[in-house]
Design a protein around this ligand. Sequence first.
Ligand SMILES: [Zn+2]
Length: 555
Amino acid sequence: MRGLVLYGLVLCLANSAWAQTPDTILLNGKIVTLDARSTIAPALAIDEGRITSVGSSDDIRKLAGPATRVIDLRGRTVIPGLIDSHLHAIRAALSFSTEVNWIGARSLEEALGRIRAASRTMKPGSWLIVAGGWNVQQFEENRRPTQAELTAVAPNNPVYVQLGYGWAMLNPLAHKALAISSEGDLPAGGRFERDANGALTGAVTGAQNAIVSLFDRLPKPTFAEQVDGTKAFFRELNRLAMTGAGDPGGNNLTATDYQALFKVWRDRAMTVRVTYTLNGQTPGKEFEELRDLTGLLPMGFGDDMLRFNGLGERITVAMNNNNAPSQADTEAYYRIVKWAAERGMSLTMHWGNDASVDHLLSIFERVNKEIPIAPLRWSIAHLNDASIESLRRMKALGVGWTMQDAMYFGGEQFVKQAGAEAARRTPPVETARKMGVVVGAGTDAHRVASYNPFTALQWLLDSKTVGGVVMRGPEEIPSRLDALRFYTLGSAWFSFDEDVRGSLEAGKLADLAVLSDDYTTIPVEKIGALESVLTMVGGKIVYAASPFSGLEKTP
Ligand SMILES: [Zn+2]
């Protein structure tokens, strides 16, 4: 009996000593905490994945024990890990190790060079696929590649280069491999592109669905490649200071496609926290599909690394990019989202234009009369030209806004269509913030945009398209810290996580990035080139570069 009591006492002492001694401390830095007072602190302590205290380097140093890992930041800036609230991460990850990436290439020559390099490192004859994430204005040459150029850099490989969802160039080997010899061989709605003289260019264009279906015909990476791709993509995101993503499903993504992610999760190899929502995929069958998929998947199921977060960004195919839905389309949609509300599900719905968003908001308002949706944190994605009236309705419903840097690639087109005056407030991020609408930042990568959060942060602050056109006026330019808040606390809100991540405060998860340069003071035009030199997820180092390379345990 006495022995037991003593044993208990020793355990208790050991426990309390353990709790007081951090496993890691960061000292001598410039830690942008994003707490309510915008505190910049020199140091913080971490224990068992969470931040235990934030303070001066002297105070934090005193907490260290003999086993504490001490990281001297040498004046570097630390930010909360970035969270993209609308990133097609699961899909991008599947093919990340087997695709050629044109993201950030400043010239077509550089981009073509990446295909040439891949043709040398990948297996002979393998497909070289650029799935998107680039546009013409990013290139000095300001044009798309020709078929001859693709053939010249990779004469022995089938090559496929997709631009957004409207155009894909295939070299002759790719046409042959897909058995496309006439327009009749293309998916419905697709056609061959012709130049001014009527000659075939080698590209396929036409309806978005045609390009989506064409992409589906490309060979899929093997399961092992998908797992490798997933880990490699998450590491790439870690390199860019990212520690979280909200995945909105999307085209070309079936239940089978989630298995690589699930394996990485089971293997405890996730280095980005993913919350995901599910889409209806089959026209007219969406309700059955979503009921089946979620029958054993309650809202919020999962853990800190991977969690189910409801429905969207597409609920029904009929309401997808539909500016004039019929009564039947609207009713079918209403039935599903009301059912989702009854089951406590969150939901995100993408919508292109403010002019027609009344169709969506009216449905949300109708559901809200029966079941209050504010606690469910529904959201609208995109809506770049959101009007004050729409934002007011969103605010009244408690609906958030996931906003992306679509104008970085699409700004020139927007100015052409809507005019410079409309562009001055597109997207109206400051108006939304001041009205109290929750704004989450992101990219919508990787088909239609780059996943680089620093590209998006720079664009938030200078409002320049990739081609250099300035759109938003100063009244819609956030402060640097508010832009960062959109990308951290703002994005965290959509998965009910703003109390556990998104800022660096005691009690929160230790998700953070040490930056290559000082985000708060460098010229705005340099923000796009920032990277992380040390990224932690739950206090674990998931990425390290010079001068911190030595801290990463290589497996
Ligand atoms: Zn999207």
